[in-house]
Ligand binder design. Sequence first.
Ligand SMILES: NC(=O)c1ccc[n+]([C@@H]2O[C@H](COP(=O)([O-])OP(=O)(O)OC[C@H]3O[C@@H](n4cnc5c(N)ncnc54)[C@H](OP(=O)(O)O)[C@@H]3O)[C@@H](O)[C@H]2O)c1
Length: 248
Amino acid sequence: MNRLTDKTALVTGGSRGIGEAIALRLAREGANVAVCASQSTEAAEAVVEKIRAQGREAIARQTDVSNAESVEALVTTVLDTWGKIDILVNNAGIARDNLLMRMKEDEWDAVLDVNLKGAYHCIKAVTRPMMRARTGRIINVSSVVGLMGNAGQINYAASKSGLIGLTKSVARELASRNITANAIAPGFIPTDMTAKLNPKIQEQLIAQIPLGKLGSSEDVAAAAAFLASDDAAYITGQVLVVDGGMVM
Ligand SMILES: NC(=O)c1ccc[n+]([C@@H]2O[C@H](COP(=O)([O-])OP(=O)(O)OC[C@H]3O[C@@H](n4cnc5c(N)ncnc54)[C@H](OP(=O)(O)O)[C@@H]3O)[C@@H](O)[C@H]2O)c1
């Protein structure tokens, strides 16, 4: 499918895992793509090379989404390169798991700063160009944990629930400018973030999934490409759950 020909996309946390899959899928559908990561710059450059090999343009920039100036510099670079941003995917995220009683304030702050404040910074930075263009797609990567909660993840769950409220409010504020905002809530997807989970817990998780298997980064990327495309033009303020039926 070539649903995104001539579109420009910015994917945060696009150096690996779900963000890499989203960047590659948007490019496969025709978009030029900018990716960012705060540390894994070599991996981000490798994603750029894969996109260029598909015949699309791509750039990578080291960016800390929790830092407003860093995000503004990134958005300026994207605008200088392609003159517009059609699609923003707020995918960058971290986890610092701990039980409530043991959770340190810096673990709380780090997760909220990247997962929630990072999305706020990025949305704020792209809103003006999207408003001027009278078109835009904002996609926030939340989680089923933001819908269900999870013991040991109060900070992560709060950030992912927060993203859903942010999504719905942005959808209401920007709808009149033809800008949509939607969230994706993936279930359990094997990536670096989830690599530490022991096999026994993975088996227990799979037992709760009606489709009987874990999802893939590509499953999430397919949902992102749909929400970024004209096929989703009349969809805004929604949470698309990609979890094999675990939460329903
Ligand atoms: N895997 C799952 O099961 C799952 C389920 C539901 C939701 N999610 C969400 O999906 C998103 C991607 O997760 P993943 O599993 O692909 O994680 P991952 O493999 O750990 O990748 C996270 C990405 O975010 C980047 N990142 C982290 N902090 C950043 C910062 N301050 N500024 C810019 N980029 C930053 C990382 O690069 P650097 O480290 O170099 O900065 C990396 O590119 C996250 O929002 C996560 O919460 C994942």
